[in-house]
Ligand binder design. Sequence first.
Ligand code: CMX
Length: 433
Amino acid sequence: MACKIYQQQKRVKKFRTEYGGVKIGEVTVNMMYGGMRGINALITETSMVDPEEGVRFRGLTIPECRERLPRAEGGCEPLPEGLFWLLMTGEVPTKKQAQQLSCEWADRGKLPDHVIKMLKDMPKTLHPMSQFAAAITALSHDSHFAKAYSKGIPKKMYWLYCYEDCMDLIAKLILVAATIYRNLYREGKGCDKVDSKLDWSSNFTNMLTYDDKQFTELMRLYLTIHSDHEGGNVSAHTTHLVGSALSDPYLSLAAGMLGLAGPLHGLANQEVLSWVQKLQKETDNDLSEKNLKDYIWKTLKSGQVVPGYGHAVLRKTDPRYICLREFALKHQPNDPLCKLVLQLYEIVPPILTELGKVKSPWPNVDAHSGVLLQYYGMKEMQFYTVLFAVSRALGVLASLIWDRALGLPIERPKSLTTAALIERVCKEKYEMR
Ligand code: CMX
């Protein structure tokens, strides 16, 4: 990493010296009021999303990652360790390199007693994502970055301490998530034994008290594909923004995860399941086309969104959805819930198109992930966003390390009042009616 960072710093410096003044886009009034869609304003090295094709991790599509990233012994799905290596370095690791990461994360995987106690004392009614973010915040007690900064390290050393924190954090996240899960749904039973001979996902599913090789395979795929989605989504952007103030990686990640906990973002996987279950109940499991259409229209007419559908950037079916569908078709072709998801895929997009305002009527990743978890017995849908969060940490933390390596400054875009904007864009005086 030190060598790669040095080369990239040199490249960026030269590029900025030669082309720093070149304009790459324009900002319209609608972009300013419209959630900044389409404004090219961030540098994220780890991945990019094409509206038609979906995400590429360091240039590799999801099918390419499934093909090329190292797998566990006897497994078919990529190891998230390999994906993290790819995000960090831009290179596909060897199997041995991925195993070294598994081993290193296992070695770093221990929770301090104060965090275990804090999680135990939390009310069972507090959402798992709130518990997750609170525990990450409490882990900042041991931040190498914060300690080194307070001692006064030079800026060029920031990335190294940030890296140490991020590696610790990734190692500990599966313990935090599993502790929350067991406290809430397993009466605190089960243990946190991390085996350095096992991969990260195997250790995770063991700690979640699951003993099914296929579920572990699903987890490897799940943790790989949810990891990164370029820099402008709420969880990635928030982590990056908070990190730009040199808040330590724990605080930055906690902030990002709180963004992920919103129903328009990561919480949509939970929303999809409760929406689908309500559909089954309301139709008395008579899933005729008419009943499905009626239910979807009822959702829309009551002012709600159809969860799991639509996207701010994508304009085609999310390739993450497609690969989860492939997994379902391979391993559980007759599962009634998976069949219902397929049925909805036929029925929802034309209705959203008919609505007239939805830019993408296609399903995103959250439309499929929950039903797969249900199949393997993980019925506790409030926990689903925590799984998304464990995975998303890989991407946003890899980016955070690169942010510090490139010495990116505190982020501070300019905002305007409506009055100032009107004055700037209209020569004549404009009256708001
Ligand atoms: N159901 C109903 N209406 C929808 C819709 C959906 N699935 N998707 C978009 N729309 C509506 C918007 O609410 C908006 O309506 P208003 O103009 O009345 O406010 C209009 O269509 C235009 O929105 P858009 O430009 O197509 O979409 P945005 O970029 O504003 O929002 C997203 C994107 C994902 C928030 C939106 O599609 C949505 O709410 N989807 C459902 C929630 C969801 O699945 N979120 C998960 C996204 C993936 C992730 O981050 O994990």
